[in-house]
Design a protein around this ligand. Structure first.
Ligand SMILES: N[C@@H](CCC(=O)N[C@@H](CS)C(=O)NCC(=O)O)C(=O)O
Length: 205
């Protein structure tokens, strides 16, 4: 059976897994899902009705990007994208979670802008505040270290974060690069990597 990644080309969470699988040289097929009209066959394998979903060669189905990443790391350990040391791995997961929260907030803000772009709402302000509070954590860390966990190599924390910032570019704007110079350098450096460059979310809608 072929491994399949159910995904959407604009999805930051799908992009995490596309980069990870490519870096680990694990063969897989991409299966695009129409998120505006999800087919019943997709809903059958995805109780949360979201991409990404990964189907492994033995038929194992996993949803949620962080769970998929953990599964892939366990099954295909090299090269490693989570540290083996318990404390460092926990730190990596914390950054991944922060980056995913940022991604979730950007998605919600974009959807809110689509549906209600006239009056600023309480919820929009709350999302904007949350996004603007989260970003400096990344900037502060990257002003001290080259990658989010320190050390001289990227990890799943960097992958998740670059996907959320890439999604910010797609849905909001690129102004954060003017305000946060260390983030900008880190982001541009990672975009020299083929798996990162080739998965930049396209403008479709
Ligand atoms: N926590 C999930 C979030 C996945 C998610 O929000 N996916 C979005 C695309 S980036 C989606 O499928 N949205 C479709 C919908 O909500 O209807 C993960 O990490 O995989």
């Amino acid at each position: 059976m072929t491994r399949i990644l159910y995904y959407h080309p604009q999805s930051n969470f799908s992009r995490k897994i596309r980069i990870l699988l490519t870096e680990k040289k694990v063969d897989f097929q991409l299966q695009e899902v129409n998120l505006r009209d999800k087919p019943p066959s997709f809903l059958e394998i995805s109780p949360i009705a979201k991409v990404p979903v990964f189907m492994d060669e033995d038929g194992t189905i996993i949803w949620d990007s962080s769970l998929i990443a953990e599964y892939i790391e366990e099954k295909y350990p090299q090269p490693a994208f989570y540290p083996s040391n318990f404390k460092e791995r926990f730190s990596c997961r914390k950054w991944e979670e922060l980056a995913d929260t940022l991604g979730d907030n950007i998605i919600s803000l974009w959807l809110m802008n689509l549906t209600n772009n006239v009056n600023p709402s309480f919820f929009r302000t709350r999302l904007e505040n949350s996004i603007n509070r989260l970003i400096p954590f990344f900037e502060n860390q990257l002003s001290q270290t080259e990658y989010l966990l320190g050390g001289d190599t990227w990890s799943m924390a960097d992958i998740s974060a670059l996907c959320s910032f890439g999604y910010y570019d797609l849905r909001l704007n690129e102004d954060w690069k003017l305000t946060y110079p260390h983030l900008k350098i880190w982001f541009e450096k990672l975009h020299k990597i083929e798996s990162v460059k080739s998965t930049i979310p396209p403008k479709m809608f």
